[in-house]
Design a protein around this ligand. Structure first.
Ligand code: CTP
Length: 397
């Protein structure tokens, strides 16, 4: 749910692209947003307010006043986290540039205090007209965020520029330009997550119970703070909903190492959260192993410690975070790991606490800094722990 808890005011104006507002509303609702719709009269010729009120689960407003009821355009603009005008017709863009106030959508626009994103839609010749270009430049100079148009088939039958962007791209645009923070803007982050599976034969492997939930939660939080994130993940059920997170899926410790090696040197922040297998079978059987003996032993060889590799090859200014799972002498072992692996801090999972550690949705951790100072975070959702961990990283940069 990319937009959980976000309030989006969708303004729809008279353009054939208004049909896309149906899909857009559905998408925004599916991603957890609360959506209210304001339409111009012209827009109602293209798409029915009933469809939009059903999808948005809110009344759609068109008129400034109906009978004795006055639509409060000021409260609409104050309610929203963003006012998205999609499609924005040539006419509405001209009105925005001039500051005209002849309908509810314009009154809402002129009184809105939230950021305003405009997704234009028009025929190619209108798009290229100097007055349109001037109006777009004018509304951008007022602080409105103007999306680009796409090239393709237009309502006129012509092929060219002027199509409104697709709902998925508008959603991504909102994420990028409105909802993502900037604390980690320009920072490259490499993070590992999940288990690794070390094959024994074509059907069996050595693995562990890591779900990847903690690592994915941290990756999401990093992305939402503006970082450029590469997430190297072992086999997990978790889904990364932000398609700008560079997700590299691997199976084995060796594959994880290779994926990390490609990214370690140019990352500003390295977070090794994966539960990497420490050992892998020396031989992988080509055929499924048959049971013949009562006991079975297997030769295993050490995998490369990726965190240690990063610590040994650290570049100036890199921040490296490791994780530790200990069952005894937790803090001492974690500090020992921190020093041996030459990292800036270790996040110690509290295995002793019910509800913390692998697979669940909650965790309790202690961050141990290289100067051995500690910060403890009590049992809470992995999402909240991720937010504390990322705030900690931001405070250390
Ligand atoms: N790690 C790694 N590559 C490995 C093994 C571990 O990058 N091959 C990283 C983990 O991602 C974690 C940290 O090392 O950040 C600690 O892993 P852990 O398994 O707890 O410790 P080990 O160093 O393997 O030591 P031990 O198993 O003896 O506790």
């Amino acid at each position: 749910m990319l937009l959980k808890g976000k309030k989006i005011l969708l303004g729809i104006t008279g353009s054939i692209a208004a049909y896309k507002s149906i899909f857009l509303t559905r998408l925004l609702i599916k991603e957890g947003a609360e959506v209210k719709v304001v339409m111009t009269k012209a827009a109602t010729d293209f798409v029915s307010p009933l469809v939009l009120s059903t999808l948005s689960k809110n009344n759609v407003v068109v008129d400034i006043a109906t009978e004795n009821v006055w639509a409060n355009h000021v409260s609409l603009g104050r309610w929203a986290d963003v006012f998205l005008i999609a499609p924005a017709s040539c006419n509405t863009i001209a009105k925005m540039a001039a500051g005209l106030c002849d309908n509810l959508l314009m009154a809402t626009y002129l009184s809105a205090t939230c950021p305003i994103v405009v997704a234009p839609a028009m025929d190619e010749d209108m798009w290229h007209h100097p007055s349109t270009k001037r109006n777009l430049a004018t509304i951008a100079s007022y602080g409105n965020i103007v999306m680009d148009v796409r090239s393709g088939e237009l309502a006129s039958g012509l092929i060219g520029e002027g199509r409104m962007d697709e709902p998925e791209n508008i959603l991504n645009y909102l994420m990028e330009n409105i909802f993502r923070g900037t604390a980690l803007k320009g920072k490259k982050v490499l993070i590992t997550a999940g288990p690794t599976f070390e094959p024994i034969d074509p059907v069996r492997f050595i693995g562990n119970r890591s779900s990847g939930k903690m690592g994915f939660a941290i990756a999401r939080e990093l992305y939402m703070n503006g970082a450029e994130v590469t997430l190297v993940s072992g086999p997990v059920k978790e889904v990364m909903e932000y398609n700008r997170v560079n997700l590299l899926k691997v199976q084995t410790a060796a594959e994880m190492l290779d994926a990390c090696k490609d990214n370690i040197s140019d990352s500003n922040i390295i977070i090794m959260n994966a539960a990497v297998a420490d050992y892998t079978p020396t031989t992988v059987f080509g055929e499924k192993m048959k049971k013949s003996t009562d006991t079975l032993s297997m030769d295993l060889k050490k995998t490369t410690d990726i965190l240690k590799y990063a610590g040994e090859n650290r570049k100036d200014g890199q921040f490296i975070m490791g994780f530790a799972l200990e069952t005894n002498n937790e803090e001492l072992n974690a500090i020992d790991k921190l020093k041996k692996k030459n990292v800036d801090c270790i996040v110690l999972n509290s295995l002793q606490i019910p509800g913390a550690g692998f697979s669940g949705d909650t965790n309790e951790v202690t961050i141990i800094n290289k100067d051995e100072t500690k910060i403890h975070f009590k049992l809470q959702s992995k999402t909240d722990i991720a937010s504390h961990i990322v705030s900690y990283i931001i405070s250390k940069l």
